[in-house]
Write a protein that binds this ligand. Structure first.
Ligand SMILES: Nc1ncnc2c1ncn2[C@@H]1O[C@H](COP(=O)(O)OP(=O)(O)OP(=O)(O)O)[C@@H](O)[C@H]1O
Ligand SMILES: [Mg+2]
Length: 203
C-alpha cells in the first residue's frame, strides 16, 4: 500500500530541491510514485495556479480557489493513485492554505478548517516533511533565483506569519510531521531526507 507524503515550508525553504531525490529514492526501492504539486496537479489546477500566483484578489477568493484546485487534485489524482496502491508525493498541500491564507493573510482559522473538512474529508497525509528555517535565509535564497511570483513578492512580516501558521498547524497535529532544520548546507538536509525515507520504508 502506498502512502501520501507532503512537503511543506515557506518559499525558498528547499522543498522542490529535495523532492526529486526523495522520489528517486522511493522509486529505487520499487515504489510506484505519483509526484505532484499544489496549487496544481491537474489541468484545471494548473490553470488556477497561474491565476493564484499572478493575480491580485480578495484573500477569501484566494482561499476558495486554493481549495477548489485541491478538490480537483484529490478527486482526479490523489485518491485514485492511493486506491491503486501507489505513493503520492505532493509539493505543498492543505497545510499551505493554513500557513499562507491563515497565517500570512490573517484569514479565520475556523473557516479554513471548514473548507478542509469539506474538501479533504478523512484524507490527511501519512507524513508531512516540514522544512523550517529563518525567514531571512529563505528570502536570500529566493532573491538569488529572481523572478518572484505574487506570494514571493510579499513584504514585511508576511513570511514570519506564514512560518507561524505552519508551526500552529504542526502543534495541532504533531504526529503527522517531521520537522527538518533547512538552515543547513544542502548535503546535510539531503542526508536527513534520506533518513526520513529509510524510516518511512521500515514502518
Ligand atoms: N540547504 C540549502 N542551502 C543553500 N541553498 C539551498 C538549500 N536548499 C535549497 N537551496 C536553494 O534555494 C533555492 C530555493 O530552493 P527551492 O526552490 O527548493 O525552495 P522551495 O521550498 O521549493 O521554494 P518555493 O516554495 O518558492 O517553490 C534554490 O536555488 C535552491 O538551490
Ligand atoms: Mg518549490
Amino acid at each position: 500500500m502506498g502512502k501520501f507524503i507532503t512537503f511543506e515550508g515557506v518559499d525558498g525553504a528547499g522543498k522542490s530541491t529535495h523532492l526529486s531525490n526523495f522520489v528517486a529514492g522511493l522509486r529505487a526501492r520499487g515504489a510506484e510514485v505519483v509526484l505532484t504539486r499544489e496549487p496544481g496537479g491537474t489541468a484545471l489546477g494548473e490553470s488556477l495556479r497561474e491565476i493564484l500566483l499572478h493575480q491580485a484578489m480578495d484573500s477569501h477568493t484566494e482561499a476558495l480557489l486554493m481549495f477548489a484546485a485541491r478538490q480537483e487534485h484529490i478527486a482526479q489524482v490523489i485518491r485514485p493513485a492511493l486506491a491503486a496502491g501507489k505513493w503520492v508525493v505532493s509539493d505543498r498541500f492543505a497545510d499551505a492554505s493554513f500557513a499562507y491564507q491563515g497565517g500570512g493573510r490573517g484569514l479565520d482559522w475556523g473557516k479554513l478548517q471548514q473548507l478542509e473538512h469539506w474538501v479533504l474529508g478523512d484524507l490527511q497525509p501519512d507524513l508531512t516533511v516540514f522544512f523550517d528555517l529563518p525567514i531571512e535565509v529563505a528570502r536570500e535564497r529566493l532573491n538569488r533565483d529572481g523572478n518572484l511570483d505574487k506570494f514571493e513578492q510579499e513584504q514585511g512580516d508576511f513570511f514570519e506569519r506564514v512560518r507561524a501558521g505552519y508551526h500552529r498547524r504542526m502543534a495541532e497535529q504533531p504526529q503527522r510531521y517531521v520537522c527538518i532544520d533547512a538552515n543547513r548546507p544542502l548535503d546535510a538536509v539531503a542526508e536527513q531526507c534520506q533518513a526520513v525515507l529509510a524510516q518511512l520504508l521500515k514502518d
